[in-house]
Design a protein around this ligand. Sequence first.
Ligand code: NAD
Length: 553
Amino acid sequence: MALETAVRAVAPAPVKSGADLLHDPLLNKGTAFTREERISLGILGLLPPHVSTMEQQAARALKNVRARATDLEKYIDMLSLMDRNETLYYRVVTDNIEELMPIIYTPTVGKGCQLYAHIFRRSRGIFITKREKGLMERVLRNWANKDVRVIVVTDGERILGLGDLGASGMGIPVGKLALYTACGGVPPEQTLPVTLDVGTNNETLLNDPLYLGVREPRVTGAEYDELVAEFVAAVQKVFPKALIQFEDFANHNAFRLLERYRDAVSCFNDDIQGTAAVTLAGLFSACRVRGTKLSDERILFHGAGEAAIGIGDLVVTAMMAEGTSREEAMKKCWFVDSKALVESTRKDLQDHKKPYAHVHAPIGSLGEAVKALKPTALIGVSGQAQQFTPEIIGDMSRFNKRPVIFALSNPTSKAECTAEQAMTGSDGRALFASGSPFGPVVYKGKTYISGQGNNAYIFPGVGMGAVVCGAKRVTPEMFSEAARVLAGLVTQADLDTGCLYPSLTRIVECSAHIAAATVEVAYKRNLATEPKSKDVLAAVKEKMYKPVYKTYA
Ligand code: NAD
C-alpha cells in the first residue's frame, strides 16, 4: 500500500513516562524516541543511543520476521511486535499486506489458535466466563481504553474450519481487529477483542495441562443465552458507541444471536454477512467476465451453514434488485449439507436451511447434485478438504464455458480444491476464488492469479463506516452495497489475469470506498448519529488511522 503521507503532528506529552511509556504498545516508539523526548519523558538511558527512523525500525522488524523458519514463528514474532509497538506493527503490516496478512490472519492464525496455550506470551483482550455473571459491566470497565468503537467477540466454538477451540479462539478476535486497523483504519485504541469462555467440548484441550480456558463442558441453553444477553447489555452501558461483531460462533448460536440482536444493537456476524458480501462481489466479477447477470446463475453450495446461507440470502437480495422475484431467486440457490441435497422431502433440516428446501428428488452426494442440477457456480463452504474432485471440476467445465468454482473453506488445509486443481481440471476456464491464498498457477503457458474471497475486503470498511457515522444498526443493505463497491474496484487488468478481486495491495483504498458507502446507507436510512460531512469519502480517509509516530512536545 502506498501509505498516505501524514503530517507528523506535535502532540502534547503522553499520559505515561519513564519505563511505563516504553511498556505501553500504543505509545511506545522504541528507538525512534528523539533525544529531546528521551530527556523530557524520563527515558534517557533506557534505550540504545542511536535514534532510529521508523523506516529503519520497519526494515529491522521485517528482516526478523522473514528470518523465522515457519509461519507460526512469524505469527508469534508479529504478535510480539504488536505487544511492543503497535504503530510500528501497523506500519509493517500495511506496507507488506500481501506478505503478512496470511501470517497475522488466515491461514496461520488457525495454527496460532490451535497452539494458543502453548505459544501464549502476553494477554490481549478480555475473557469473560460464567463466573463473571452479574459482573460483566465491571469486567468491561477494567479495559484501559474508554472509547471503544469496535468489539469482535467469539465463544470459540467454530474457529475457522477447525471447530471448538474454546478460549484458544482468542487469536481470531485479536487478528480480526488487527485487520480492522490495518485495512480499515479503525484506530487500534478503539478496538477490543473479547472471548466469552463458556467452556469447551474439545477433549484435546480439556486434557491439555497447558490449556488456559475454563476446563468444563460448554454452557448451553438458557444459561448460555443469559450470558450473551448480559454481555451485550454491558457493552451498551460501558461502550455505548461500540459495534459488536459476532465471530466464529457455531451456527446453532450464530443465526439465533444475529436474529435476536441485529435490530436491537449495532452488530453483525461476519461469518454470515461479511462472507456473503465478499462472495457476492466475486460473483459480480464473474458475471462481468462472462457478460451475464447475477440472475442468470444457478448456484450450488457445498455446505449449508453460516457462510452458505449468508451468501444465499444476500444473492437473493441482489437478484431481486435485478428484478427477479424472491421465489425465483431462491430457487437459483441449492445446498448440499453433510447428509445430502437440501430438498423438500428432508425431515431433518435445521431452520436456516428450510427456506431453500426446494422440490427435488433426494440426492446423496455433491457429485450427483452437480450432474443433476448443472450449476453455473459451485461454492465450497463446508470446511471439508478436497471435496471438489477432478470429476466434479470436469463436470462443471462440461456444463459451462466459464464455471465459477469458489473453494472458500479455511484454512488452506480445508480448501475444497487448490487453485491448480481448478485451473488444470477446467482447462484454464474456471473463474476461481479461494478463502485462503494460493500462489499464481501457470497452465499452458498462461499465469493465473487466483483471487482471495477474503472477508477482510469487507468488514474493515463496513466497520469503519459504522464508526465514522455512529451507525445505530448494521444492515444487509450495507453489505450488498459493500459487495457492489468492491466489485466496482476490480480492474480489467485484474480480470485478465483471472483474478475476481482487486489486488490486496489496494485493500485500504477498498475499505475507504466501502466505509463511505456504509455511511451513505446509514444516512439514507436514518441510522447515523454523527453529523454528515459534505465529502463523505474525504472525511472517511481523513479519519482513518495512519501508522505514523507522534512527535511529543
Ligand atoms: P458452519 O459450521 O456454519 O457450516 C458448515 C456446513 O458444512 C454445515 O452446513 C455442514 O452441514 C456442512 N458440511 C459439513 N460436512 C460436510 C460434508 N462432508 N459435505 C457437505 N457439507 C458438509 O460453518 P461456516 O461458518 O459456514 O464455515 C464453513 C467454512 O467456510 C469454514 O471452513 C470457514 O473457514 C469457511 N469460510 C470462509 C470464508 C471466506 O473465505 N471468506 C468466510 C466464512 C467461512
